[in-house]
Design a binder for this molecule. Structure first.
Ligand code: CA
Ligand code: CA
Length: 292
């Protein structure tokens, strides 16, 4: 250690001082010798160098001890707060776990409360739905429309009533009569409707019945009484032929059984007096407009 070295150095210095007794460096061989009493006196009494050496040695020892003590102190001192840190950390963790458990317990209570409220609301909702159900049933079970009842001597087919006249009129008068009854000369759009009317007509030698078709406005441009154009039709073979300025249509049902419904239309002069077929729509959605 440096202390030992210092001690040696100090001892060497002291020995040098002793060796120098009687031979002071600043005294040459030719100098006057010193007396023995004076030398002993110098050796036994501590000089300023020896005292300084001792003080220095003491200071070195104190310094060394201080360094060792400080080093040992900091070496044994635990890092980051000492030996209690793990305990503090454990306590902190325990506190955090306790807080988390308390929070979980609180959330579970809130969840239970919310579930209870949800069940109550669901119960109320079901109750309201149950009370509304009869209303829905009522709204979907509308009363059926009243059955269509045709006047006497009128015959029902789909949503229309049909009248087969017994008297005869020309075509314009026939249309006027039908209008006076709230209808119009029959407009026949389907084979089913044609067949239905055909079955109502009595057979005869030349039983002819006006219905609601004419080409009076434009020759060979047949239109219904509501001004809609004819599409197709159930004309007899060779008809319409406008043989004698024939601008109105009628249905002929003879006694010849081979004549059929779908080939029974003829054109004829509108001034002829014939029986006729009236039609009027009935029920909801029926047109109140009377074709002219
Ligand atoms: Ca014609
Ligand atoms: Ca004809």
């Amino acid at each position: 250690m440096s202390t030992t070295g210092n001690s040696v150095a100090c001892e060497g210095m002291y020995s040098q001082l002793i060796d120098d007794e009687g031979h002071r460096p600043d005294v040459g061989h030719g100098a006057r010798p010193v007396s023995g009493v004076r030398l002993i006196s110098r050796v036994s009494s501590p000089g300023p160098y020896r005292l300084a050496t001792m003080c220095l040695a003491t200071l070195c020892a104190v310094l060394l001890i201080s360094i060792i003590a400080v080093t040992a102190h900091y070496k044994n001192k635990p890092q980051g707060g000492g030996e209690a840190t793990p305990e503090i950390q454990k306590q902190t963790q325990d506190a955090e776990v306790t807080a988390l458990l308390a929070n979980i317990s609180k959330l579970q209570q809130e969840k239970t409360q919310l579930q209870k409220e949800k069940d109550e609301l669901q119960t109320k909702l079901d109750a309201k739905a149950a009370t509304k159900a009869p209303k829905v049933i009522q709204s979907t079970t509308k009363a059926p429309p009243p059955p269509i009842v045709c006047p006497d001597d009128w015959h029902l087919f789909n949503n229309s009533c049909y009248f087969i006249s017994r008297n005869t009129r020309d075509w314009p008068e026939s249309q006027s009569y039908c209008q006076s009854q709230g209808g119009y000369l029959a407009m026949i759009h389907t084979a089913e409707e044609q067949t239905f009317l055909w079955n109502l007509l009595p057979r005869g030698h030349w039983n002819a019945f006006w219905f609601g078709i004419t080409d009076e406005q434009t020759e060979d441009k047949w239109v219904w009484v509501d001004k809609t154009p004819l599409v197709g039709g159930f004309w007899e073979v060779g008809e319409p032929n406008n043989h004698i300025n024939e601008d109105c249509g009628y249905i002929v049902k003879t006694r010849v059984l081979e004549r059929v419904a779908i080939r029974s239309w003829y054109d004829a002069p509108c001034s002829m007096y014939c029986r006729f077929i009236c039609e009027k729509e009935m029920g909801p959605g029926a047109s109140t407009a009377i074709p002219h």
